[in-house]
Design a protein around this ligand. Structure first.
Ligand code: MN
Ligand code: MN
Length: 316
């Protein structure tokens, strides 16, 4: 175990110093050193409203300097980094202005990571980031279950000849058989635009728990539904706008009356036991953030997810 790498020790150098990697994890592309790779995808060319999620990976990495190896709640003492070798793989090189090429680039960059059985944790980027990651992951694991936290179903058909924007991701994913909607859950959906597409998502087979339904039924029935329905290899996609703009203002298409930061943390913790194969956090747009609260929440959600991964048996 002496040759493996650990995050930098905060007692030997301040947490705001050195290279900006996620939680000060080692920056490397040597997959033989990793169980989990943190991967940035600085791509936001398909947003419908405010852009800036291209700076999401940088913002989340910056805010992650605040993370300590040990959890902030006393009963969770074992750091995820003790069990999991987590590397920061850096950012995928995308091509601003060229979404088709960028999507192909992200997929081809993800493939060797997935093929090496290294667990991908992706920092977006707008939600179009998810489609090429889904393609890469489904190429290895077959059709997936999606557990999707979002204010929006992202199930719009798009226009003929223009299939890609951040609101069409899961329509494309269903068409391409990357995900099975009958084995997938969408949580936190709300807002006037989303309302128009919720019936279509349900008709396609998605189990949709709207923001209001979550508020009425609470955490336990929601997590029971997730555990019951997500039976295939599970891709978790977390759009930060699932969270209320009071807790996560730094995003492109905020919708009021969303989840609290406490609720989204508990929802991520509730993913324990699922057959997880990939995770992304998307739509963090630092230019609209206030006091870094959105990026800090996103960094903590990644950390919570790493804890979930570290607690399951076997390697990642
Ligand atoms: Mn989304
Ligand atoms: Mn959204």
């Amino acid at each position: 175990m002496t040759d493996r790498l650990f995050p930098a020790d905060w007692q030997r150098g301040p947490r705001y110093s050195g290279a900006y990697t996620f939680a000060r994890c080692p920056a490397t592309r040597d997959l033989s050193l990793a169980d989990v790779a943190i991967i940035g995808v600085p791509m936001d060319m398909s947003v419908l409203y405010r852009s800036c999620a291209r700076f999401g990976p940088r913002g989340i990495r910056d805010a992650s300097g605040q993370l300590r190896p040990h959890h902030w709640e006393a009963e969770r003492l074992e750091p995820p980094f003790d069990k999991l070798r987590v590397i920061d793989y850096g950012d995928i090189e995308v091509f601003p202005g060229y979404i088709e090429q960028s999507i192909e680039q992200v997929q081809s960059a993800l493939a060797p990571i997935v093929d090496a059985d290294v667990f991908p944790v992706v920092l977006g980027g707008d939600h179009s980031t998810t489609l090429p990651v889904l393609r890469a992951v489904a190429a290895k694991h077959g059709t997936l279950s999606l557990v999707h936290f979002d204010a929006h179903p992202d199930f719009w058909p798009g226009e003929p000849g223009r299939p890609y924007h951040h609101g069409t991701v899961f329509r494309r994913a269903v068409e391409e058989n990357l995900i099975d909607p009958a084995a997938s859950v969408q949580i936190g959906i709300r807002g006037s635009v989303s309302a128009g597409i919720i019936p279509a998502a349900r008709e396609a087979g998605f189990h949709v728990i709207t923001g209001e339904e979550f508020w009425r039924q609470g955490l336990r029935p929601t997590l029971e539904a997730v555990q019951r329905i997500a039976s295939l290899p599970v891709y978790v996609s977390l759009d930060i706008d699932s969270v209320d703009p009071a807790f996560a203002p730094g995003t492109g298409t905020p919708e009021v009356a969303g989840l609290t930061s406490r609720e989204i943390i508990e929802l991520v913790r509730g993913l324990r036991g699922l057959p997880l194969v990939a995770f992304d956090v998307v739509e963090v747009a630092p230019a609209y953030d206030s006091s870094e609260i959105t990026a800090l929440l996103a960094a903590n959600l990644v950390y919570e997810f790493l804890l979930v991964l570290s607690e399951r048996s076997g390697s990642a």
